[in-house]
Design a protein around this ligand. Sequence first.
Ligand SMILES: [Zn+2]
Length: 118
Amino acid sequence: MHELSLAEAINKTIKDLCERSAWARVRRIVLKIGHMRQVDPELLSFAFNVVAKGTVSEDAELSILELPIVFKCHACGKKIGSEAMTFICQDCGSTDVELLSGMELTIESMEVEGRQVL
Ligand SMILES: [Zn+2]
């Protein structure tokens, strides 16, 4: 399960951050995850609840912002939103495209003991 290892990695990042800053309890975590990452938000929330048990993130509210896949085509200049993971412009067929959004995997913000810290 891909979501479990992801939850473990996120939890470890937060734990390390809290240890360095001497934060005792995390209240809220907002994650930004691009569609290219193929993460199931429900599974990730569930996995996070499991791995966060007994850590600073236990009982933290986890919100997941899902970002769509968006390409920009360098040949025709169009911006393309895509569900499929193909790197081809559906308009002109060019493969000279740039990914604008969809690969995100970051902690967007975090609230610790009532304070916004990220
Ligand atoms: Zn194009």
